[in-house]
Design a protein. Sequence first.
Length: 254
Amino acid sequence: MKNRIEQEIKRIEEQYKVKVLFACETGSRAWGFPSPDSDYDVRMLYKHESDWYLSINEKDETIEYMSEDKEIDVSGWDIRKSLQLLRKSNGALLERIQSPIVYRATDGFVEIFREAAERSYIPIATMHHYLNMAKSSFRDIEHEESTKLKRLFYALRGALACKWILDKDVMPPIEFKFMLDELAFDFQIKARIKELIELKSGKNEDYIHPREVELITFIKMLLDEADAKANTLAGRQDKYFDLDEVFRKLLKDL
């Protein structure tokens, strides 16, 4: 599959006349709790030739692409748009640069972008990203007697990311199991979550799971705490970091 994805990336470069600097897996495969029928969700960061940016016209800074067999879903952001999102500490972007499944990484790019991500990190903005995501999923499962297991994991992951921000004061990791191992909370709840990861690995995306009362209570507790503390968090880590300089470096040197 990795070879297939690389071929699709090359087709995108030819079709859109761009250079893909970074491409990775996102979604449940990157988070560490895929189902057997999980899609491949590939996300890219790319750049155009320098002259493309020298225009007074608004231009499309997003690519959406699907393989012919619909098995590989690819989307990407232009590097200028990516840095604008990074300035806002966009949660989805912070995850992409941490993905454990990388299909393309131009030499030097990851190091430059990760440093920029860390120095641009805004705890309060990232907290609200995960809090809103977790609340949305939690509303779907809070009062249900059964639900898709993946919805439970979406709520769990968002809630634990909120706890990570409060406990660790750094960007949440993309890998769910790493969060589980590093965060301190009831070992029985942690053990149950790990059992459900194993269960999910053998169930398709449409699998319906009975209500997990203890986990529902646990998620609500985490979300209530995050709600209470979100607006007390800090702003940008490095207020004077120059993302324009990062943009120029990526255009000229990579």
